[in-house]
Design a protein around this ligand. Structure first.
Ligand SMILES: [Mg+2]
Length: 279
């Protein structure tokens, strides 16, 4: 056998061996990087939890029922205020302040349906075609509060924006009132406050202070830390001089520890909110 024959024999045998062996396993495919702004709401556990979990309604009812049970005590104790720093309010009528989105109405169907990215106009348009969903427990609580003589205010950060040829400078306010009334809570212009009215801002503290000028604020309700204290965002609003951080937000929770469940009632907000800037 010549050298050439030996070489060819080895070469052919190596080919046969290669063909007979098991195919090499396919290496795992790396997950494709999400494109900027891509978001599949049907994979978002926060949205799915609000939509499907019985636990969501259990938590919101827990908050509102706890608050309802506490109403008589806060009404009777005229030295009590849920507004840190409010003093000399014993002769003022009692009031509660509620945020709107995820506190009074649930936007879960909008969150599952809208085409990203979010715009206020998309939310506005959605509610012209879809019924508002009450946050479980809120209708019963507001009825109990009013029956006990407590005034109810709604403070929302939905902005005022011109809509097409609508002459109303703030059609969103009308929309919010209609949504609240559609779930069985009557209200009016004076009890609904948007950020862009009267030189208020998105910090909400100035609106709470405005209400505290005429009422003893006995309870606050919201799904965002900003519904209770200012300076929870990276943007500077109201009295804030430094951008909030994850650590500063956590410190605020501890600083006001005695209010949680005691005049302050926070509801789940996993779908959106100021917290999303601190991941
Ligand atoms: Mg909210």
């Amino acid at each position: 056998m010549t050298r050439l024959h030996v070489f060819l024999t080895i070469f052919v045998l190596s080919l046969v061996g290669a063909c007979a062996s098991a195919p090499a396993p396919t290496p795992p495919q790396a997950m494709p990087a999400p494109s900027p702004g891509a978001h599949d709401p049907n994979q978002d556990l926060g949205l799915l939890w609000v939509k499907h979990a019985a636990e969501y309604g259990a938590i919101t009812k827990q908050a509102y029922r706890s608050a309802e049970a506490a109403l008589p005590g806060y009404i009777a104790d005229t030295s009590w205020s849920a507004m840190p720093g409010q003093k000399d309010a014993k002769n003022l009528p009692p009031a509660v302040i509620l945020d709107v989105d995820e506190t009074v109405v649930s936007n879960v169907d909008f969150q599952l349906a809208f085409e990203r990215p979010f715009t206020n106009r998309k939310l506005y348009d959605f509610y012209h075609e879809h019924a508002a969903i009450p946050v479980p427990g809120v209708v019963e609580f507001v009825a109990a509060a009013r029956k006990a003589g407590v005034d109810v205010f709604f403070v929302t950060n939905r902005p005022c924006e011109l809509i097409d040829d609508d002459p109303d400078p703030c059609p969103q306010k009308r929309g919010v009132i209609e949504e609240i009334e559609s779930i069985g809570i009557s209200t009016d212009d004076a009890h609904v406050m948007l950020a862009d009215e009267n030189d208020w801002d998105r910090a909400k503290i100035r609106r709470r202070e405005y209400i505290a000028g005429t009422h003893r604020v006995i309870m606050l309700f919201g799904d965002d830390l900003g519904d209770f204290v200012p300076c929870v965002r990276t943007k500077l609003y109201g009295p804030c001089t430094e951008p909030a951080t994850k650590a500063s937000r956590a410190r605020l929770v501890d600083e006001y520890i005695n209010y949680w469940g005691n005049g302050w009632y926070i509801l789940p907000g996993p779908m959106h909110g100021s917290w999303t800037s601190f991941r």
